[in-house]
Design a protein around this ligand. Sequence first.
Ligand code: FAD
Ligand code: A2P
Length: 392
Amino acid sequence: MAYSETKVVLGGLAHIPIIIGFFYLIKRQYSLGAMLRTNKNALSNTFANASATPSKESIQVNKASNNKSASKEVANTKEILSKTTGTVKKTVKKSLHSDVPVNTYKPKAPFTGTVTENYSVLKDGAIGKVQHITFDLSNADPEFKYVEGQSCGIIPAGEDAKGKPHRPRLYSIASTRFGDNFAGNTLSLCVRQLQYEKDGETINGVCSTYLCNLSPGDKVKISGPVGKEMLLPEEEDSNIIMLATGTGIAPMRAYLRRMFEPTEIEKTKWNFRGKAWLFMGAPKTANLLYDSDFEHYKSKFPENLRYTKAISREQNNSKGGRMYIQDRVLENAEEIFNMIENPKTHIYLCGLKGMEPGIDEAMTAAAASKGLNWSELRPQLRKAGRWHAETY
Ligand code: FAD
Ligand code: A2P
């Protein structure tokens, strides 16, 4: 049978709906896959980052696109979790920290801040050199905003042995988002100069020496802010246990100012009503950083702040050795674990990396005295966003 040209064209057209249908099915399959992948990422981010919540005062430095995709993730995540428990839904909703700024200034394109002050935070007779250094951020465009518990990068001036720019070093931010002057345009650090002996020679750390020797007016390359591990919870009735050694006090100083400094309270409208307990480790009394501020807060807010010191070279533990914060944790095991049993309690650990095994050991013994297993409890606390650690 011979086909006319018209019949051939009509026959071809009749296949078009089938081809369109075929492409539609392929597209649908891909969109579904992408949606599932997005939700999976949102879920894993949730549990990786579920440390704390963004705060009331909105931080508007995140690029609009970041916020858009983050809120899309929240929406997807909420949808996929809508059949699960209320507790999980609540955690997911609060966990993305989408309004907490991160990497506004990357190490390759840092902001140049100006030093406004640089003073010692040690008393006479202290060991080493520890400085409180403040930078003016007021000319930053985009604004250099940060929240309590974040860190920043410092790129020391000069070059390394290979003639390359120095790599950035991280430092915990010691000020609140409002800065020490409450104007919201400064950032402060608490820096110990690294010094050690090698082959009979004193070696000075590159970045810490650079920072400790800065003078007001000096220009400094700053990147960041970075980090979401050490953020404070938003709830005003949270309980905050802080374990710090040396400059590990930096984020804790910011928390305590946020909780107890009158001008901060006025600015934030955040009325902390929980219990805060600071354990601070220092080699000598003269090395206790910001001690008079904390003593003052304690005297003004005796119901809300406890302050326990471990002064390693002046006090002995029960075995006659140096008194470390883990010994203080053991001494107070009962009360600490009573607090941990409350889901509103968060624990923050910052300072020497070396203290982590000691703290773990103390927590293991303390937990055991309450019939609890620390190796099971710690990951649970972490997963619930209640165990926050940053050591170096
Ligand atoms: P470098 O010149 O980089 O020298 C460091 C190197 O010296 C080490 O890598 C090691 O190889 C060597 N070294 C060190 N000690 C010895 C020794 N005893 N014997 C032999 N070799 C040795 N520091 C603060 O002071 N305050 C903070 O708030 C703070 N926050 C931090 C937050 C985070 C998240 C991190 C990761 C680190 C933080 N640090 C902080 C540490 C800081 O980043 C630097 O590591 C520190 O200042 C040393 O840098 P540096 O350039 O002076 O030393
Ligand atoms: P020490 O140096 O007497 O052994 P700083 O940074 O100002 O030196 O303070 C750090 C504090 O942490 C010091 O009191 C130091 O004690 C103490 N420390 C040192 N090693 C540990 C450790 N493994 N666990 C807990 N604290 C420690």
